[in-house]
Write a protein that binds this ligand. Structure first.
Ligand code: ADP
Ligand code: MG
Length: 467
């Protein structure tokens, strides 16, 4: 039965994956419609369940019919130092009719590998699916001033993984600036140049989940062991590890092992290492061993070339002034830049007509609005009055009551800070004052900020609401 299943599976997956994940499996027994297979570790079992459960189900159903059951038997390390292997049965997750976990008697096997439970067969020459997205490559990662350093550091790492001083390579920058794209591009390039190296891309979030699972299932060692086998480890969004001391700890472990063995580590983060909070000092100091390269906001030329490249690849033409309009108005997020142009392409092909500037304005406005609220003087007055639990009319009134005067002065201060309005215009909008009053307000706020803790807190709280 198992051989027939294997033949079917072999036809349906890549030969490397087959070798890694199916050849080490040993059929153990078949009772009724339940086939027991032995796998080398819990991690192995989890990997099968996560990646190949559907395939297994189809193969087994073909052989045994709809009532087929699959039972995993896991050969485990005995953590108490007893070198007799013992096994644990786990029913396949898609077979809910199989009872809970049960411990089985040790399998007496003639296979010499099984005599030593500390050697997990097959795991040494494991081939891991890289989880890389081939659509994120260097060819379509356009170069500009904003990303030149990060991009060329990435290229250097791809040419000589583990062999440059950029280890780890930490790519950091704001949302939508290409961190994930660049991280994949490095991995894709390495796979291309060094097909035999094991590359793994994983988000810090997924890494954390896997780790937590492994603790729950008592397979923390398998988890660490697995990660130590990787040649190029790419972890995306490491800011996610902030505050998660257990995961940081295990990552520290893995990192040290990889680094000592000349393996490459690539990390991305939405913050520079100095700004990462709740990350252990020893990890931060490791991050600084290599290179931290920032992805900055793309300049106008880069934005234009990203847009034109997108249009070119999609075989779409778009008037220059439209492209220009989009590039001029979306400045801080390449995902939004692309989103806007995709939306315009969709609308033009849907309505089979040229995109007008009016439509472009409409689309761009939607994208920009979603992310950044325009801070107006009206808005500032509203927020400040809300904060001090008064209404805008009170804030603007002539009263000399201290807390109202302070609120008014704060509104003026923020209007100066967050809008381009002149002192005179700020004054006239906040209760018809003159420019000298506004100037005085700004100075007063500056002074109080330094001398009055409570006042400082008002400023910090309110600043958060405007940025
Ligand atoms: P981040 O991970 O920093 O949030 P992503 O890597 O997901 O950002 O990038 C957002 C989008 O912008 C993706 O579609 C990506 O392909 C695109 N992008 C980012 N930088 C570039 C670039 N230099 N050239 C072309 N496309 C880019
Ligand atoms: Mg990302």
């Amino acid at each position: 039965v198992w051989n027939n299943c294997l033949a079917f599976i072999q036809d349906n997956i890549q030969s490397q994956a087959f070798k890694t994940w199916f050849e080490p499996i040993k059929p153990v027994k078949l009772t009724d419609n339940a086939l027991s297979i032995q796998v080398p570790s819990k991690f192995f079992y989890e990997w099968l369940e996560e990646h190949y459960v559907k395939l297994l189900k189809v193969a087994l159903t073909k052989e045994l019919g709809e009532s087929a059951k699959l039972v995993y038997v896991i050969k485990m390390e005995n953590t108490y130092g007893n070198r007799e292997p013992f096994t644990e049965k786990i029913p396949s997750s898609n077979r809910s009719n199989v009872g809970p976990q049960e411990l089985d008697v040790p399998i007496k096997s003639k296979n010499p590998e099984l005599k030593n439970p500390f050697v997990i067969p097959g795991i040494r020459n494991i081939k891991i699916e890289s989880q890389l997205n081939p659509n994120y490559n260097f060819d379509n990662f356009l170069e500009g001033d904003s990303n030149r350093l990060a991009r060329s550091a990435g290229m250097a790492v791809a040419n000589k993984p583990g062999g440059t001083s950029f280890n780890p390579l930490l790519i950091f920058g704001g949302v939508g600036l290409g961190k994930t794209h660049l991280a994949h591009a490095i991995g894709v390039e390495i796979k291309d140049k060094y097909p035999e190296r094991t590359v793994l891309y994983i988000s810090a979030e997924k890494f954390t989940q896997q780790y937590i699972e492994s603790v729950k299932k008592n397979t923390r060692n398998d988890f660490i062991h697995f990660y130590q086998l990787i040649d190029v480890l790419i972890i995306d969004d490491v800011q996610f590890l902030s505050g998660k001391s257990g995961t940081q700890d295990v990552f520290f472990h893995v990192f040290n092992h990889l680094h000592q063995n000349g393996k490459q580590v690539i990390l991305t983060s939405d913050k520079a290492p100095v700004d990462m909070q709740d990350v252990e000092q020893r990890l931060l100091s490791r991050f600084k061993w290599g290179l931290s390269a920032e992805l900055q906001n793309p300049d106008y030329e880069t934005r234009i070339s990203i847009l034109k490249n997108k249009l070119y690849r999609d075989g779409v033409e778009m008037p220059e002034d439209i492209v220009d309009y989009v590039a001029k108005h979306i400045k801080t997020n390449i995902r939004e830049l692309e989103g806007a142009i995709i939306s315009l392409i969709a609308q033009s092909s849907f309505n089979k007509k040229e995109v007008t500037l009016e439509l472009a304005q409409h689309v761009v406005e939607k994208f920009v609005k979603n992310t950044k609220r325009e801070v107006s003087i009206d808005y500032i007055q509203k927020v400040v009055s809300d904060y001090f639990e008064m209404d805008v009319a009170t804030l603007q009134s002539k009263t000399r009551k201290r807390h109202i005067v302070q609120a008014r002065q704060l509104a003026m201060f923020f209007a100066k800070k967050f809008t381009k309005a002149s002192l005179a215009s700020i004054g006239s909008q906040i209760g018809k004052r003159d420019h000298a009053t506004v100037l005085h307000a700004c100075k007063t706020v500056d002074n109080l900020a330094e001398t009055d803790k409570q006042f400082r807190k008002y400023i910090d709280d309110l600043t958060k609401k405007f940025s």
